[in-house]
Design a protein around this ligand. Sequence first.
Ligand code: B1M
Length: 238
Amino acid sequence: MTDEPVVGDDEPIDLAALGDAELTSQMHDDLYDGLADEIAEGTQILLDRGFSAQQVLDDALVEGMRIVGIDFRDGILFVPEVLLSANAMKAGMKLLRPLLAETGAKPVGKMVIGTVKGDIHDIGKNLVAMMMEGAGFEVVDLGVNTTVDEYLAALDEHQPDILGLSALLTTTMPYMKIVIDTLREKGRRDDYIVLVGGAPLNEEFGAAVGADAYCRDASIAAETAKTLVAQRRASVTT
Ligand code: B1M
């Protein structure tokens, strides 16, 4: 049995001295407190202990952000605090990015992705971009608050296989329909596989706005993208 480190309220915590479960739990607290340096340090420690990038992402970062989201919803945390949490999450993601995106293969396809107009949430969209890169896709990231004209211009410029739309707000989800309807009006809807995602969406919504698929998370987005691109290529060659 190992001795538990004794930690006073104001003492800096020696993250490396914590066991795996305690460190993961401490990272939830550090994410809550918006401590970017500590999140980067904790991420690196877990990686050095042999955790996979996906495990660190799911157990330490995404779970920590889920807890932040509950207190944000309940009015315990406010925008400035949640921005610090988001910033801390990004410090961890920065270390995970090259590991999640590691691929030596030739691109299997191209995706243009952006968070829709009126919405500035980008953590989930960034994760999708990383996982897509990890699955061998070339990704063009348009950032946040993306207008239909910006999507259209990027589709013209980059000629991707896939258009990815992200929305985290119930008030911005309907903009996905505007983008897809505009593609349809211009006779361009069938030129692309359209994938949609974001916490408030579901499969029914994806179907209702005319997307090819709703993707619950970044791994599903990468899997769905691979399947739909392969199907499309097969249908073109037969
Ligand atoms: Co905002 N926010 N926020 N926020 N925020 C939510 C979304 C909210 C659910 C919080 C809550 O009340 N519990 C709530 C929305 C309620 C609703 O509409 N139903 C909310 C609100 C209300 C707001 C404001 C309106 C608050 C205000 O100002 N009063 C405001 C809106 C600003 C705007 O966009 N115009 C606002 C602002 C912010 C911050 C700026 C402070 C910050 C964003 C910082 C940033 O992104 N750079 C923020 C944050 C961080 C959150 C929470 C806490 C966390 C979101 C997140 O990053 N999750 C969030 C609560 C929550 O969701 N738990 C909340 C982690 C991320 C990994 O998950 O983004 O779901 P997620 O992405 C997943 C999947 O959804 C999927 O894959 C991802 C990875 O697995 N996915 C896709 C996402 N996009 C995809 C695209 C695809 C495929 C899959 O395309 C192919």
